[in-house]
Design a protein around this ligand. Structure first.
Ligand code: SF4
Length: 255
């Protein structure tokens, strides 16, 4: 494993991308066959494991409604029933309907027209929809509409926190999300802007890969491609790191 020279947080994150790509290879995200499936998946995956999302997507596909026209015409109650495997159906069904409403009212029902809108304008419109937070909006922008928009999630938050990339540590709120996105932008700022979309696409998919393999609720650092980061991890788990901090504080007090 290549060890990383001491660098700033953004440079370390860029190095992490290279390590993960070397370890796991291109991820070919998002796992869907059409941009609209990406959008539906981005809604359904909120607070839900992807395996449950796949069950809902299969039911929608089987019913012939996994497309704009299908979601436009299906009764909300029927939609709720079809997406029940991925949970929160009473919230997600109207949210999906609201997305189609925006598509129809402002973009003539065309995802191509929506994709042609300016990124910040579109992001604001998406965030104004019910059931759309920054992570869902950015997933739609990046993976369905192909805008060069970085995104963050719980996996990236864990990596940043465990490796001490951001101080103060990012919380689960919008401020924490924005800090993680800014760090990602800084990490790839030295790359040509024409490469950003692909880099953001790949980086997010790679952080999910390492999160599923090593950096879940409990960190399993043995064999992790990021274990060679010069600064980290401080502890294998959050509890371990908190304990380590307490021990350091006690040691300083006793000096
Ligand atoms: S498992 Fe350990 S080395 Fe790997 S990303 Fe998480 S904290 Fe870092």
């Amino acid at each position: 494993m290549r060890h990383q020279p001491v660098q700033c947080a953004a440079q370390r994150l860029r190095w992490m991308h290279d390590q993960l790509l070397a370890a796991y290879g291109p991820q070919h995200w998002w796992p869907a066959s059409t941009p609209f499936e990406v959008i539906v998946g981005a809604y359904l995956t909120q607070n839900t494991a992807w395996t449950s999302v796949e069950r809902s997507l299969a039911r929608l596909r089987e019913a012939g409604v996994l497309n704009v026209e299908g979601l436009r015409t299906i009764a909300e109650g029927t939609l709720q029933e079809l997406i029940r495997p991925s949970g929160f159906a009473t919230r997600k069904a109207p949210a999906l309907k609201a997305f189609v409403g925006l598509l129809d009212e402002e973009f003539g029902g065309s995802l191509f027209s929506m994709a042609a809108a300016q990124t910040e304008t579109l992001r604001k419109k998406l965030l104004d929809l019910p059931g759309v937070g920054p992570e869902t909006a950015d997933a739609i922008l990046l993976y369905a509409l192909e805008h060069p928009t970085p995104m963050a999630d719980e996996y990236l938050r864990r990596i940043a926190e465990r490796h001490g990339l951001l101080l103060p540590l990012p919380g689960r709120n919008r401020t924490g999300y924005t800090a993680l996105v800014q760090l990602t932008k800084d990490a790839f700022a030295g790359d040509p802007s024409s490469h950003h979309r692909q880099l953001y696409n790949e980086f997010h998919a790679l952080t999910v890969a390492v999160g599923k393999t090593h950096c879940g609720r409990t960190a399993d650092c043995t064999g992790c491609p990021l274990a060679g980061d010069a600064h980290a991890p401080l502890g294998r788990t959050r509890k371990g790191r908190e304990k380590e901090t307490r021990i350091k504080k006690v040691a300083i007090t006793r000096k």
